[in-house]
Design a protein around this ligand. Structure first.
Ligand code: NAP
Length: 250
């Protein structure tokens, strides 16, 4: 028996990075996976990777900042797999880099729209369905920047702090309804986005911000997301867990 056998799991932003790693791991552990993203090509590639390993998945194009896309995502999930037990609200962007006084106002709206409102909308549509199918579990992807600040990313920092608060709020509201909701705070991830855009000196400097002296792997975030969305975490709700090589311990 695999950890997520008979479970239906919906993952946003699953066409790349952390979301893809979670989708692939959940499928390996027996879940039927709804892969969602605004990047159709990336999303279909994740589905291909899952099918290649003998898993079950399909792709739904959805922008998490849009209300109607969440409705479509839930409708497609139920139409195809007949239930919903697990969700991971992972889709997110970095946004512009500037201090508050110079931060582009449209950039603020965009980052908050995806990174915070997108998570609220996700849970708003997911929770009634989880209740309908006997309860379930949600993981929201925050960041180490959900606990501390970093210069020149005010919208990102505010949104990720917001995700931690929103997670706690929803967790206590649904604690007696068989729904657990937790958030995860990854450190800086070893992705092409980072490694292709920064020079080696900067990558080393970012890696050294973590006491373990290296970047985080998306697969290390996926392992925590698997635990939290499994029955092994049956008494854990409203919690924030960091996967950060000691970053927040400093
Ligand atoms: P990623 O590799 O860029 O993957 C994110 C995926 O989400 C991309 O496919 C992206 O599509 C998609 N996406 C963007 N906006 C969307 C929207 N409105 N609706 C649906 N999908 C959308 O990023 P990642 O590093 O895996 O990050 C995943 C999550 O982890 C984010 O919430 C991020 O804030 C968080 N996180 C990341 C790090 C890090 O160091 N990378 C650290 C801590 C936390 P496009 O590529 O087309 O934009």
């Amino acid at each position: 028996m695999k950890v997520l056998d008979k479970k239906v799991a919906l993952i946003t932003g699953a066409g790349s990075g952390i979301g893809r790693a979670i989708a692939c791991l959940y499928a390996l552990e027996g879940a039927k996976v709804v892969v969602s993203d605004i990047d159709e090509q990336g999303g279909n590639e994740t589905v291909r990777l899952i099918l290649k390993e003998g898993g079950e998945a399909f792709f739904v194009l959805a922008d998490t900042s849009k209300v109607m896309d969440h409705q479509k995502l839930i409708d497609e999930t139920i139409r195809r797999y007949g239930a919903l037990h697990i969700a991971v609200n992972n889709a997110g962007i970095g946004g512009p880099l500037a201090p508050v006084g110079e931060y582009p106002l449209d950039g603020w709206d965009k980052v908050i729209g995806i990174n915070l409102t997108g998570v609220f909308l996700g849970m708003h549509f997911q929770i009634p369905k989880l209740m309908e199918f006997g309860g379930g579990s949600i993981v929201n992807i925050s960041s180490i920047l959900g606990m501390v600040a970093s210069q020149n990313s005010p919208a990102y920092v505010a949104a990720k702090h917001g995700v931690v608060g929103l997670t706690k709020s929803a967790a206590v509201e649904y604690a007696t309804k068989k729904i657990r909701i937790n958030s995860i705070g990854p450190g800086y991830i070893d992705t092409p986005l980072l490694t292709n855009t920064l020079d080696q000196e900067t990558i080393d400097a970012v890696a050294n911000l973590h006491p373990m002296g290296r970047l985080c792997q998306a697969s290390e975030v996926a392992e925590l997301a698997l635990f939290l969305n499994s029955n092994k975490a049956s008494f854990i709700t409203g919690a924030y867990y960091n996967v950060d090589g000691g970053y927040l311990a400093q």
